[in-house]
Design a protein around this ligand. Structure first.
Ligand code: HEC
Length: 175
């Protein structure tokens, strides 16, 4: 009998140990009777996210074009964009081969003529079926990717005249 009482007491006391483990709260997007709608609330009109202004300012500061920046762009492009746009930018990446809508090739005359800002804005805001990368790619890296896309485009349009004269001979002597 004594054992049973002790056992029950132990069980009952264990039940009291709530600490802060159990806290009543809403799950994400759960129904919230208090608001008569979802627990995810719209920010009040005119609210500005804490770092929004700083990020906006940063986006206008384009880094200088260097070989390091291009290399960073190549790496970020390969990670974030090539799964859909393909390594060469034709828009035939693995995900597209498996059903994602086919994006316009970067070598399409419209995109060759588009300015750098268009590419930056597409990465920032998304475009049609493509979602925004603003939360994943900081603006400096977005500019690096834009620079690399420009290099990809140039790689198909460049002529011998674009090569510095002192290096042309070396190119021409290649088999
Ligand atoms: C999950 C697939 C996917 C990924 C990853 C992706 N895109 Fe896209 N992108 C698309 C699709 C699909 C479109 C076409 C959207 C449409 O027309 O509705 C597109 C369109 C574009 C366009 C063309 C916009 C125009 O004017 O036609 C650009 C530029 C672009 N993406 C750049 C990028 C860059 C840069 C990255 C990497 C940071 C990237 N995309 C990553 C799927 C993707």
């Amino acid at each position: 009998m004594r054992t049973i009482v002790l056992l029950l007491a132990a069980l009952a006391l264990a039940g009291c140990d709530q600490n802060m483990e159990v806290q009543p709260r809403y799950g994400e997007y759960a129904r919230a009777p208090l608001f008569r709608s979802s627990s995810a609330r719209n920010p009040p009109a005119g609210a500005v996210a804490r770092d929004a202004l700083a990020k906006e300012k940063e986006a206008t500061q384009r880094p200088a074009l260097t070989a390091d920046l291009l290399e960073r762009g190549r790496q970020r492009f390969t990670i974030f964009c090539s799964p859909c746009h393909g390594a060469g930018g034709d828009g035939n990446g693995r995900i597209v081969q498996r059903g994602m809508p086919h994006p316009t090739s970067y070598h399409d005359p419209r995109l060759v003529a588009a300015d750098d800002q268009h590419f930056f804005d597409v990465i920032t805001d998304g475009y049609g079926a493509m979602y925004s990368y603003a939360s994943r790619i900081p603006s400096r890296d977005r500019w690096a990717i834009v620079a690399y896309i420009r290099a990809l485009q140039l790689s198909r349009r460049a002529s011998l005249d674009d090569v510095p004269p002192d290096q042309r001979a070396r190119l021409e002597s290649m088999p």
